[in-house]
Design a protein around this ligand. Structure first.
Ligand code: CTP
Length: 424
């Protein structure tokens, strides 16, 4: 399935030289499966005709406030607003940003801005002097304070021939932001999706589930540490879904910038050693353990109490292995269900199978980290799940929230297969 399949995007186009790039944005959106409704300002039409957008979107292009929407049921701004999953304005001129920030609604796009309840993304594009003008900066700040996502313009050659910051952001980045916003853990669309599929309430009640998430940090001195780019999104999605499905959740997390899902017991840690202590402090009362944390395999052999001074001769660090928490859990697993993760770049199934066996896991979720669009920082992931009977399930690209539900489904299936009695 394409990432934007079934999604309705409103593409707002205002009048700057970058309007021609909005044509490319439209093509990328439709290629990714989206249905797109284009709304143009009068000035935008001076640069590119509505017909271009109409042909490429296969939909009427809107710009008139006082027309009946031929596609929806009613006045255009209300009916378009109701069907949008996201409003993307690209390019956004200083003028339209000013209207948005100050509640002026004197054309269809600015009126639509006030009518939508979906997430909004704005990609400004203008001359650098205008971009850095204090009024424009204040307007942008005002919008971003209201939870509107701003995709900063790039540095480069501008329409006037000057070099500066003001070029419309890279199109791939804009599309990536649209996808991320639609599927972010707290997004309305994701919540609706879960609701539409029927919330699986309470199928984890009477279960305690211990989840680790995020990276660990192994300090060298008071200001430096070894770490990795794990965002924690997968573990937090698992914690959120397990809680919603009735489990008691213990979330042990390395440093992340994510909000803690409500109702979970949250234990923040920094180093692998602290994570290990926290895990073994809570393991006895856990029925299920999911190790999604990216635990550092090494830590510095010595910690320097004072900041290590720089020297022209370079620096040789001596590292030692951290304990493999997951392997140690496997040694004492009793009747618990243990799920591990693996990040691989090649031969991913064979390596995943070996880790599953070596660490005595019930399931392993294997990420292919050679693909830059998935894994660590993304809201999406494409994984394969391997179970202890050797069954391999290749899953398509999906949001981490959806994947969290599937992993929990598989854990529940293992419980039943093992003949565990529910509700005790
Ligand atoms: N893990 C752990 N303790 C560590 C390292 C990893 O518990 N010190 C867990 C992770 O949470 C994850 C799994 O083990 O569930 C990852 O296994 P690992 O063998 O470390 O795989 P990779 O990180 O992919 O590393 P490598 O291939 O380099 O062995």
């Amino acid at each position: 399935m394409k990432p934007l399949e079934g999604k309705e995007i409103i593409l707002g186009v205002s009048g700057g030289i970058a309007v021609y790039k909005a044509v490319d944005i439209l093509r990328h959106l439709t290629r990714n499966g989206a249905r797109v409704t284009v709304v143009m300002t009068r000035h935008a039409q001076e640069f590119v005709t509505p017909l271009t957008f109409q042909v490429l979107s296969g939909n009427p292009v809107y710009s008139d406030m006082f027309k009946w929407d031929v596609k929806g049921k009613g006045l255009t701004h209300i009916s378009i607003a109701e069907r949008g999953d996201i409003l993307l304005v690209a390019p956004a001129t200083a003028n339209i940003i000013g209207k948005f920030a100050n509640g002026i609604a004197d054309d269809l796009l600015s009126t639509l801005f006030l009518s939508v309840t979906c997430p909004i993304l704005i990609a400004p594009s203008m001359n650098e002097k205008m971009y850095y003008n204090i009024v424009v900066q204040e307007n942008i700040k005002r919008l971003s304070n209201r939870n509107i996502e701003i995709i900063e313009p790039m540095y480069g050659e501008l329409a006037c021939g000057d070099e500066g910051k003001g070029r419309l952001a890279d199109i791939d980045l804009i599309i990536k932001k649209v996808i991320e916003l639609l599927y972010s853990i707290n997004s309305k669309v994701e919540t609706q999706r879960v609701e539409q599929q029927g919330e699986k309430e309470d199928d984890l009640s009477n279960r305690t589930i211990l989840i680790t998430a995020g990276p660990t940090q192994e300090p060298l001195d008071p200001v430096r540490y070894l770490s990795n780019p794990s965002s924690g999104k997968m573990g937090y999605a698992l914690a959120e879904r397990a809680k919603r499905r009735g489990a008691e959740v213990i979330l042990i997390s390395g440093p992340t910038s994510l909000p803690v899902p409500s109702g979970v017991t949250f234990i923040p840690v920094r180093r692998a050693e602290e994570m290990e202590k926290a895990v073994f402090g809570h393991i006895d009362r856990s029925d299920i353990v999911i190790m999604s944390a990216a635990v550092s395999d090494f830590e510095p052999k010595r910690y320097s109490e004072k900041k290590i001074p720089k020297s022209d001769n370079g620096l040789v660090l001596e590292l030692k292995r951290t304990h493999d928490i997951l392997a140690n859990i496997g040694l004492h697993k009793k009747d618990k269900i243990i799920v591990g993760f693996a990040a691989e770049t090649d031969d991913i199934i064979a390596k995943g199978e070996k880790k599953l066996k070596d660490k005595r896991l019930d399931l392993i979720v294997v990420n292919d980290i050679s693909d830059p669009d998935i894994g660590f920082r993304s809201d999406f992931n494409k994984v394969s799940i391997i179970d202890s009977e050797g069954k391999v399930e290749h899953l398509p690209l999906m949001s981490k929230m959806r994947l969290a539900d599937i992993i929990i489904d598989r854990v529940i299936a293992i419980e039943f297969n093992k003949g565990y009695k529910r509700g005790n």
